[in-house]
Design a protein around this ligand. Structure first.
Ligand SMILES: NC(=O)c1ccc[n+]([C@@H]2O[C@H](COP(=O)([O-])OP(=O)(O)OC[C@H]3O[C@@H](n4cnc5c(N)ncnc54)[C@H](O)[C@@H]3O)[C@@H](O)[C@H]2O)c1
Length: 288
């Protein structure tokens, strides 16, 4: 089916790379006019140009959209350029570090709060007055790690759990204005993050991630973009407050808390356990 988003105006944050780039291109092919938003160093101009070359309509917006003034500026650009706003995709996010919490840096934690949480807060807040006028919708990036956690980047999973609850709350309070709010929860997707050479994951984590996924592979950004497109379209007119997993089955299988965690982590502490808490009563499993 084509032209599911004909006549719609969409902002896609983090639109210069990975899943966001695929969302921008999918939305444009389905007829939307797209604002491709990203950091100044992101290739958002390239994505907008590629869309234009294909015959679509897109414009780039470069700024840190976690700052309220920039978020407002992004919404203003959409309205100035295309006359309205129908769809906000809160896709921007960061995955800066892989470490056990005792070694996790404060910088990485703060960086995630800004770019994974405050970006969705600032953009949603700025967009809502326009979405009220069009009875539009918001689709935000959650994650399988927001449902079941992720070892070695536990704070990242926490930020995604926040997004799930935040968006569900928004769905309830904004229904009275005709605004729908939904979440897409990708599993391991084939972007820079899930490759040892381009992201913080080591080879073990990359391998475990694939093994833990019943479908046995990473998803493609395009497979995720298809679900964003459905939720953003009028076909999903009775869908709000929903979390759509696009994860190859990893969440309903075991997921990062189980199979993805390195086997060295699945052990009892090396010193003796309080007997009350020892699984085997009076003996430690290790001593058997
Ligand atoms: N790749 C995966 O396996 C995976 C899994 C689950 C969820 N996700 C989520 O999907 C989304 C996209 O991930 P991706 O893998 O495509 O990563 P990516 O790094 O390719 O894309 C994220 C983009 O957001 C931009 N960005 C971040 N903060 C920003 C800000 N404050 N202002 C402007 N731009 C900002 C980045 O520069 C980047 O271009 C993220 O929210 C991520 O948490 C990804």
């Amino acid at each position: 089916m084509k032209n599911r988003l004909e006549g719609k105006v969409a902002i896609v944050t983090g639109g210069g790379t990975g899943i966001g780039e695929a969302i921008c291109k999918k939305f444009a092919r389905e007829g939307a006019k797209v604002v491709v938003a990203g950091f100044p160093e992101d290739p958002v101009e390239d994505v907008a140009k590629e869309i234009q070359k294909e015959g679509g309509t897109a414009i780039a917006f470069t700024a840190n959209i976690s700052m309220e003034a920039n978020a407002k500026g992004c919404v203003e650009l959409a309205v100035k350029q295309y006359g309205k706003l129908d769809i906000l995709v809160n896709n921007a996010g960061v995955f800066p570090e892989v470490n056990l919490l005792q070694d996790y840096s404060e910088e990485a934690f703060d960086y995630m709060l800004k770019n994974n949480l405050k970006s969705a807060f600032a953009m949603s807040k700025a967009a809502l007055p326009e979405l009220h006028k069009t009875k539009g919708n918001i689709v935000s990036a959650g994650s399988e790690s927001g449902v079941i956690g992720i070892a070695q980047n536990a704070p990242y999973g926490g930020t995604k759990g926040f997004i799930h609850a935040f968006m569900k709350g928004l769905a309830v309070e904004q229904a009275q204005f005709g605004v729908r709010v939904n979440i897409v929860g990708p599993g391991p997707i084939d972007t820079a993050w899930t490759h040892e050479s381009t992201g913080p994951m080591d080879s073990k984590m990359v391998k475990n991630m694939k093994v833990a996924t019943p479908m046995g592979r990473r998803g493609t950004p395009e497979e995720v973009a298809n679900v964003y497109c459905f939720l953003a379209s009028d076909e999903a007119s009775y869908v709000t407050g929903a979390l759509y997993m696009v994860d190859g089955g990893i969440t309903v299988a075991k997921g990062p808390v189980g199979d993805m965690a390195d086997s060295s982590m699945k052990d009892q502490p090396k010193d003796s356990l309080d007997l009350e808490h020892s699984k085997e009563g009076h003996t430690s499993i290790r001593d058997k």
